[in-house]
Design a protein around this ligand. Structure first.
Ligand code: SF4
Length: 133
């Protein structure tokens, strides 16, 4: 989009006004690699037994855990989804928050104690299983 001369000018401007590179890092100047922040690159889920079969996800719960794309529709105060979030306004009580915790639980790096995790329990505890959309 911008020629190298302009990129250099942007870089010079940023070096003066944002010396610690805090604003919009990885954008336009020294951009991140395309695959640098893709969470599935480092996704090595542990196998789990589940009662439900998840036929739309190759019968694999770890695939279910990364279905959420994070747009945050579940954080609205209207409609059905997500009643527990509507009460607490806490990310962990939103559908997105739960999906993220299950993803981390499946990945086993951040949450290392699986279904025994207090964080996962706390997050799922207020889920009404309402299947809100
Ligand atoms: S099923 Fe659980 S996560 Fe989904 S909208 Fe209902 S309370 Fe929220």
């Amino acid at each position: 989009m911008y020629g190298s001369e302009l990129i250099e000018a942007f870089r010079e401007f940023k070096r003066i006004w944002d010396p610690q590179w805090k604003m919009n890092p990885g954008k336009v100047i020294d951009p991140y690699r395309l695959d640098e922040n893709l969470r599935l690159i480092e996704y090595h889920p542990l196998p789990v037994e589940t009662t439900f079969q998840f036929p739309d996800d190759k019968r694999n719960f770890s695939r279910v855990a990364y279905r959420c794309v994070g747009v945050g529709k579940c954080r609205s105060d209207s409609g059905t989804m997500c009643p527990s979030y509507m009460v607490t306004h806490e990310e962990k009580h939103s559908t997105r928050g739960r999906a993220r915790l299950l993803f981390e639980m499946m990945n086993g790096e951040v949450i290392t104690d699986g279904w025994q995790s207090e964080e996962v329990h706390e997050s799922l505890d207020l889920c009404l299983a309402c299947k809100g959309l």
